[in-house]
Every structure is written in structure tokens, then in C-alpha cells.
Design a protein around this ligand. Structure first.
Ligand SMILES: Cc1ncc(C[n+]2csc(CCOP(=O)(O)OP(=O)(O)O)c2C)c(N)n1
Ligand SMILES: [Mg+2]
Length: 554
């Protein structure tokens, strides 16, 4: 066995033994590269254009099958975020990538590092556009990828994969696409070049500009009413503890950025400093910051707004400093200064420089209000039941649009890595992501809280959970409607739109059809029992609860 671990037996799978080549194939060199980077779980849905890559699949790799590409990329997204490492996706040529686009958009908005590969027709038949040719493969996934390539030569496939891996994880992280013609895999590798790209290590955690950080520390120390806004990248970068320590040392009220644009929680929501979630529109958000002379935003855009309610971005007399690892985010902020740096490093540096404030700690928020009894139960009551049974290390993946605020205010999640939602708001994320998170973190119980409409954007994820024995719990919040859209229509005065009712879906029967244990419950007690049993069990389960229709605004 040589350095790559290639054996004549493996080579014999694709070539006859009497012509065993002296050099490795592109396929073997590529698997070695993937192995070296820990990319040994492949999320995929295969077609004939992918078979030359998948044939003779190595024993130390695992293939996670999604029955539709939205599921494939959604699972990979949850897995990558849960493990903090890039995940590998293998899609079918043009139609597979097309099906995946909504999920690729979500991964881009979530800043999820993904290496997304797709098959392509053999090189000799691309020009004539034989069946399954993608004539413009690098164009298709744009603009929702950080990079998009088809290697110029078969020998460049390992280098293209290496480049995609490095780019996907360098900040800001995101998906990178590589199209591979199917005849490339059997070609002879350039072993020296492959070995050189395989061994590369890149690090992208850049510290803050020392002068800018010193200025910020001075502004923070001199401010009379500073506040902190803590966003998703604080969780992703490992800056959770530093954000808590900074808030405590400077006695800072802490806000979460608008809920729908924020894919993770960056600060414990049961902490005395935590004020709540900023409203998602320009005018109301500025009003919430009224009275503060300095707003420090870490690891979140300034700001993710929707709907449009005009007004000044900041109150008169309020200044803002953004700390982000994304130059684009720094450049497009409509107000304030910005420091581009790894947010955990910046928070730690700030902590080392700011003096302790002598203000009292902010008064803690009141405990969540008990939900009044009703029939059907309210969304708040359903979320309160979940709070009662969710273990402290539980993870919630949320795609229940009208109940986002009820979930956050009732659950008050307080540990790193305990919350995911689609930062870009594309539906079809929550269900597969919950499966992917549970695959990536088998030791933490994962509950996907999914709207009855949202379930259907990536419903075959239920099958993947069953087939791969992923013991995720799915809570379907049933209100027989697209509740948030009804609320939005009323808010905008756009009444009379069709297509907002989704009554008649039997999600329990659908889950059972995919082989998943499932039950429908009505009251709070029944829900609590069903959820605690689902969480405790070692098989995937779906619980559907009927709640009162309408939007929860708190
Ligand atoms: C891919 C995609 N298509 C459509 C939408 C528009 N959309 C936003 S919320 C929503 C309704 C979701 O319904 P449901 O899951 O039942 O949640 P509810 O509002 O009832 O809580 C729709 C269709 C979207 N965000 N993403
Ligand atoms: Mg609904």
C-alpha cells in the first residue's frame, strides 16, 4: 500500500487487474483528500452522472441519502452547523442542483460551510449537449455560493475540491460548488499535485485592528447607556462565553437581532442582561434602541429588516459599531462604524481592555407568562409544554413561522448551539436540518418545531431520519393555514389573497407512510407526554399538535 492507501484490489474495481496503473485515479486521490479533511459523510441523491464517484464507496465513508435535493442540502447544513465543520454534498447534474437551490440559498444566508459537488456529462459529449449535460454548470448555483468551478482538466478535480473546502470554511463561511464531469473520476491523477493540495492547512480567524479595538473599548467605557446586540456568529465562532462576560463586566443590556434573519442564538436568553429580540423593521428597531448612546453589534448584520416601516436607522444621538467577520456585511450597513474580525477574538480582546462598569446589572425580564387555557391550545401553551420537557442540552430547530416569538419567549434557550433556524427565511430548512443536527450531535436531543405548511417543503426528510436511524423528534404545529402570511396580508392591507389555507393535511399518516412513528395530540398534558416520550425514545418520532390559528406576537 502506498502513501495514498491505494491497493491493487481497489484499483481492480474500475480497471482490469492485468493493467493495474502505476498512478492513482482522480477518484482515489479525491477520496484521500476528502478523508484527510474529515469529509467522510456524503449527503447525496445519486444519478448516473454521480455513479463513477460513488462506485466502490469506501468502507470508512458514510452516505446519507435524501430523497429530494432540498433534503440533502438541508441535512448537510444542519450537520455542518452542529459539528462546526464543512459538510460534503453530492448532487445530480442540472436538475439536482436546481432542486437544491432554495436550500443552497439558506446555507449561504446561514453562513454554513458546504462543499457541494454535482455530476456532469462526460467531457467528449458536453459540447454536443448530450442528455444530462449542464452547459453552464458554474452559473446555475450563483449568486448563492462563494465560488463555483468546473475543473479545466480531470487532473484538477482534487485541487478544485481542496479549493472548495478551504473557501467554504474561510470567513464568512458558505457553500462552494464544484461540477465534475463523470469521466474525470477514472482519469489518472497528478499524484504530486494532489498530495500537495491534500496537506494544506489554512486559518481564517483574523484578529481585530488593534487601534480600532482600542477606540471601541474607549467608546464603550465612556458611554453612559451602551447596549450590546449579539447575533448568530457569536455562537458559530465560539464567542458565547466572551459575550456573556462582556455583558456582565460592562453591565450591558443585550438584545438579539430580529428573529427571522438570525439563524442562531448568540446569548443565553434566560440571562439577567438579556432584554429580548429587536423588532424587524427600521422605525420600530430604532425606537427600541432609544436612550442608548452606543450600540455594539457583534456577529449579526445591521440589520435584517422586513417589513418596510421607514424611519431613521438609529435614534438621534446614538452611535453604532459593528463587529463582523464579513467585509460585505461591514460595507453595506446603513449606519455606524465597523470592525472586520473574528467575532470571538474581537470579544475576547475587548474584554481584556474594557474596565468594569459600576452601573447595576439590568433588571431581569419577567418569567414567561403562563398561557391562558383555550381549545385548541395556544401556540404559547404548546411552547410552554416543550419548555417543560426539553432537557437542558436540548437543541431546537425552528421553522414555525407564526410561532417564532412564542418559541423564543417561552423556551429562553441558554446554551451554545441550542437553536437553529433559516437565516434567509426559505422554507424547507427546518425538517432536514433537524435530522442533520441530530446526526452531527447524537448526544444532544434535537426537536424540530415545524409549521404544518413548512413540513411539506422537504417532507421526505422524515424518510432519511427513519432510514438512517436518527432519533430526532418532530413537533408539527398545526393551525391549518399559512398563519404568518395571513397576518402579513392584514398588516400590509393586502386582503383577499388566495392560497393561504392548508387544511386537510394528515401529517401523521404521511409520517407513518415514511415509516416514522407518529401521533396527533390536542391538550397540553397530552402534548407534554408525547414530547417527553419522543425525546426519550431512540427512534425518530413525529408529534402533531393542533393550536389556535393566528400569529403569536410574543
Ligand atoms: C421556499 C419558500 N416558499 C414560500 C415562502 C413563503 N412563506 C413564508 S411563511 C409561509 C407559511 C408557512 O406556513 P406554516 O409552516 O404553516 O407556518 P405558520 O405561518 O402557519 O406558523 C410561507 C408560504 C417561504 N418563506 N419559502
Ligand atoms: Mg400553519
Amino acid at each position: 500500500m502506498d502513501r495514498y492507501g491505494f491497493t491493487a484490489r481497489i484499483l481492480g474495481a474500475s480497471r482490469s487487474l492485468d493493467t493495474v496503473p502505476r498512478v492513482a485515479s482522480v477518484r482515489e486521490a479525491s477520496y484521500e483528500l476528502l478523508r484527510a479533511h474529515g469529509l467522510t459523510t456524503v449527503f447525496g441523491n445519486p444519478g448516473s452522472t454521480e455513479l463513477p464517484f460513488l462506485a466502490g464507496f469506501p468502507d470508512d465513508f458514510r452516505y446519507v441519502l435524501g430523497l429530494q435535493e432540498a433534503v440533502v442540502v438541508g441535512m448537510a447544513d444542519g450537520y455542518a452547523q452542529a459539528t462546526g465543520k464543512p459538510a460534503l454534498v453530492n448532487l445530480h447534474t442540472a436538475p439536482g442542483v436546481g432542486n437544491a437551490m432554495g436550500a443552497i440559498f439558506n446555507a449561504c444566508e446561514n453562513r454554513t460551510p458546504l462543499v457541494i459537488t454535482a455530476g456532469q456529462q462526460v467531457r467528449p459529449m458536453i459540447t454536443m449537449e448530450a442528455l444530462l449535460t449542464n452547459p453552464d454548470p458554474t452559473f446555475l448555483p450563483r449568486p448563492w455560493v462563494k465560488g463555483s468551478y468546473e475543473p479545466a482538466r480531470a487532473q484538477d478535480v482534487p485541487a478544485a475540491l481542496a479549493r472548495a473546502y478551504q473557501l467554504a470554511r474561510l470567513p464568512p463561511a458558505g457553500p462552494v460548488f464544484v461540477s465534475v464531469p463523470m469521466d474525470d473520476w477514472a482519469a489518472e491523477a497528478d499524484e504530486v499535485a494532489a498530495r500537495q493540495v491534500t496537506g494544506r492547512v489554512t486559518t481564517g480567524r483574523a484578529g481585530p485592528d488593534p487601534q480600532a479595538l482600542e477606540d471601541l473599548a474607549g467608546r464603550l467605557a465612556g458611554a453612559s447607556d451602551p447596549v450590546l446586540v449579539v447575533g448568530p456568529d457569536v455562537d458559530a465562532s465560539g464567542g458565547w462565553d466572551a459575550a456573556v462576560a462582556l455583558a456582565e463586566r460592562c453591565r450591558l443590556p443585550v438584545w438579539a437581532p430580529p428573529a427571522s434573519g438570525s439563524g442562531r442564538i448568540g446569548f443565553p436568553e434566560d440571562h439577567p442582561c438579556f432584554r429580548g429580540i429587536l423588532p424587524p423593521a427600521i422605525g420600530p428597531l430604532a425606537q427600541a434602541l432609544e436612550g442608548s448612546d452606543l450600540v455594539v453589534v457583534v456577529g449579526a448584520p445591521v440589520f435584517t429588516y422586513y417589513p418596510y416601516i421607514p424611519g431613521p436607522v438609529l435614534p438621534e444621538g446614538t452611535s453604532l459599531v459593528l463587529v463582523t467577520n464579513d467585509p460585505g456585511e461591514a460595507a453595506r450597513a446603513p449606519a455606524g462604524d465597523a470592525i472586520v474580525a473574528d467575532v470571538a477574538l474581537a470579544l475576547e480582546a475587548l474584554l481584556a481592555q474594557v474596565p468594569a462598569a459600576n452601573r447595576p446589572l439590568p433588571a431581569p425580564r419577567p418569567a414567561p407568562q403562563p398561557a391562558p387555557a383555550s381549545d385548541p391550545i395556544s401556540a404559547q401553551a404548546a411552547m410552554a409544554a416543550l419548555r417543560e420537557v426539553l432537557p437542558a442540552d436540548g437543541v431546537v430547530v425552528n421553522e414555525s413561522p407564526s410561532n417564532m416569538l412564542a418559541l423564543r419567549s417561552q423556551l429562553r434557550l441558554s446554551r451554545p448551539g441550542s437553536y437553529l433556524t433559516a437565516a434567509g427565511g426559505g422554507l424547507g430548512y427546518g425538517l432536514p436540518a433537524a435530522v442533520g443536527v441530530q446526526l452531527g450531535r447524537p448526544e444532544r436531543p434535537v426537536v424540530g418545531v415545524i409549521g404544518d405548511g413548512s413540513v411539506h417543503y422537504a417532507v421526505p426528510a422524515l424518510w432519511s431520519a427513519v432510514a438512517h436511524e436518527v432519533p430526532v423528534t418532530v413537533l408539527v404545529v398545526r393551525n391549518d393555514e399559512y398563519a404568518i402570511l395571513k397576518w402579513f396580508a392584514e398588516f400590509e392591507g393586502e386582503m383577499g389573497a388566495p392560497g393561504l389555507e392548508v387544511a386537510g393535511l394528515d401529517n401523521v399518516a404521511i409520517a407513518r407512510g415514511y415509516g416514522m412513528a407518529a401521533r396527533r395530540v390536542d391538550g397540553v398534558d397530552e402534548l407534554r407526554t408525547a414530547l417527553s416520550e419522543g425525546i426519550a425514545s431512540d427512534v425518530p418520532e413525529l408529534v402533531e399538535v393542533t393550536v389556535a390559528p393566528g400569529m403569536s406576537l410574543e
